[in-house]
Design a protein around this ligand. Structure first.
Ligand code: FAD
Ligand code: NAI
Length: 476
């Protein structure tokens, strides 16, 4: 079989891979993108974890379940009476699946538009060849490709608890957690990280009694402590049971459900009996099946591809981006790396600023941050000033009926440069963008405080928090 030649072959069509492929095609290269994800009919489903079992479906269910929660508990305070409220879970899941398919189709359209050749199947290294690398595609498409540059963007998969593999019926990864057929009466979650809190929120809002078992003694250790405390208070008030500092032991499944043996923070033996268990204890890079050893591509002890700051792997013209390399496992980080790599292939100066990558947890209240936390600044000995402003004092938040939380600014004590912005509250996911722009331009808190913000808007809380750094809030 004749091999097909490309300038760039991207393995994986998640946010890292498909964006790298599009950007490389924009820069004039002949580009192939290989992805093995299948939809329920066996057809291609590009978009990776993010589109199929991650960002997009989780946000669809978060939105639907939030509507249900509002109709159940909050419409009355607006004077809206709802009688005979019901839940059609199959339809809710069906809507989520439609949203996913729209995104899959959107990516296939973008490939066509940008003349990226898509191959549906598993890509693996065969050998170094013709000044590049030979890549075998196995699956719907059986091909041999040769590419001058290879971009590996194979993403990550959920990590299982030792001795408790995912069966997606009782012990669920993020995949099964997004398609439970009936609302479980009791739902257990191991890990109170990002997935635990988002998925726990979805199923709690739909009526499940949710218990989260977390190994660490602190709640959301990577989040600014003040913000994490506020969020914890809100989640507990909503009915989420969160046990910190536990040690999870044997997990057993039976016809009745799942039984989890664990020691609580005091070391006492406990058992949690639930109908379903979601395990969300982090993710592992996808490198099995890539045949990295055939070309001597270096992996680290976690199986991640070793790359430098520029996403260059250990072999010439081999690059890797996204969840399969170091750094936060976030779709927008993967995308930024994908763009930067395509630009570096073209000899340009692609750049990713790791200090300004925002984080968002899409719970209610939402949690979002960029830059350093107060505990990080203390640990590094940097002198800083802090300013906070509560949504309780924001007119738009009151009108929305959603006044939980605050905006918090951290700025250098001498120069006033913004070092971190932390938000817990309504639409934190959108509000954080202003802080990212400000930090990217190395703005001071005074810069934000002097900018006119629309009234009434939640963004006024951002301006007020910036004013609070200089102890001159106007509305609090
Ligand atoms: P992936 O999206 O994992 O894509 C990798 C692709 O490569 C997959 O399609 C896979 O099938 C394919 N592949 C793997 N090996 C091969 C091979 N050998 N040949 C061919 N194809 C292969 N991040 C956010 O920023 N915001 C969120 O709201 C968010 N929500 C999330 C919710 C959940 C439940 C989960 C699990 C994750 C969430 N994430 C979120 C994280 C986000 O999904 C990942 O960071 C992102 O998908 C990483 O992109 P990627 O391109 O590196 O890999
Ligand atoms: P995570 O790293 O966010 O959280 C895992 C949690 O499990 C941690 O708190 C950890 O201490 C705990 N843990 C680990 N082992 C444990 C054990 N044996 N027993 C009890 N607790 C244990 O990982 P998660 O939630 O699986 O998500 C993976 C990644 O996916 C996230 O880190 C994030 O990068 C990405 N993601 C991003 C989202 C977003 O941006 N909104 C949403 C969902 C996922």
């Amino acid at each position: 079989m004749m091999s097909k030649q490309f300038d760039v072959i991207v393995i994986g069509a998640g946010p890292g891979g498909y964006i790298a492929a599009i950007r490389a095609a924009q820069l004039g290269y002949q580009v192939a993108c290989v992805d093995e994800w299948k939809n329920d009919k066996g057809g291609p489903a590009p978009g990776g974890t993010c589109t199929n079992v991650g960002c997009i479906p989780s946000k669809a269910l978060l939105q639907s379940s939030e509507h249900f929660d509002h109709a159940s508990h909050h419409f009355a305070e607006h004077g809206i009476e709802v009688k005979g409220l019901g839940l059609d879970l199959a339809r809710m899941i069906g809507r989520k699946d439609t949203v996913v398919k729209q995104n899959n189709d959107g990516i296939l359209y973008l490939f066509k538009k940008n003349k990226v050749t898509f191959f549906h199947g598993r890509g693996s290294f065969v050998k170094a060849a013709d000044g590049g690398y030979e890549i075998k595609v196995a699956g719907t498409a059986e091909e041999t490709l040769v590419g001058k540059h290879i971009v590996v963007a194979t993403g990550s998969s959920a990590r299982a608890l030792p001795g408790a593999p995912f069966d997606e019926q009782n012990i669920l990864s993020n995949d099964g957690a997004l398609r439970i057929g009936a609302v479980p009466k009791k739902l257990g979650l191991i890990g109170s990280g990002v997935i635990g809190l988002e998925m726990g929120s979805v199923w709690r809002r739909l009526g499940a009694e949710v218990t989260v078992l977390e190994g660490l003694p602190t709640f959301l250790g990577a989040v600014d402590e003040q913000i994490a405390r506020e969020a914890h208070k809100a989640f507990v008030k909503q009915g989420l049971k969160i046990e910190l500092g536990v040690k999870v032991g044997d997990v057993k499944t039976s016809k009745k459900g799942v039984s989890v043996a664990y020691a609580n923070a005091k070391g006492e033996a406990q058992t949690l009996e639930v109908d379903k268990l979601i395990v969300s204890i982090g993710r592992v890079p996808n490198t099995t099946g890539l045949n990295a050893e055939a070309v001597g591509l270096k992996l680290d002890e976690r199986g991640a591809i070793v790359v430098d700051d520029d996403c260059k792997a250990s072999l010439p013209n081999v690059w890797a981006v996204g969840d399969v390399v170091r750094g936060p496992m976030l779709a927008h980080k993967a995308e930024e790396e994908g763009v930067a790599v395509a630009e570096r292939i073209a000899g340009q100066h692609g750049h990713v600023n790791f200090n300004t990558i925002p984080w968002v947890i899409y719970t209610s209240p939402e949690i979002a941050w960029v830059g350093q936390t107060e505990q990080q600044l203390k640990a590094s000995g940097r002198a800083y000033k802090a300013g906070t402003f509560p949504f309780l004092a924001n007119g738009r938040a009151r009108a929305l009926g959603d006044t939980t939380g605050m905006v918090k600014f951290l700025a250098d004590a001498t120069t006033d440069e913004i070092l971190g912005v932390h938000i817990v509250g309504p639409m934190a996911s959108e509000l954080i963008a202003e802080a990212v722009v400000a930090m990217e331009f190395r703005a001071s808190s005074e810069d934000i405080a002097r900018i006119c913000h629309a009234h009434p808007s939640l963004s006024e809380a951002t301006k007020e928090a910036a004013l609070a750094v200089d102890k001159r809030t106007l509305n609090f």
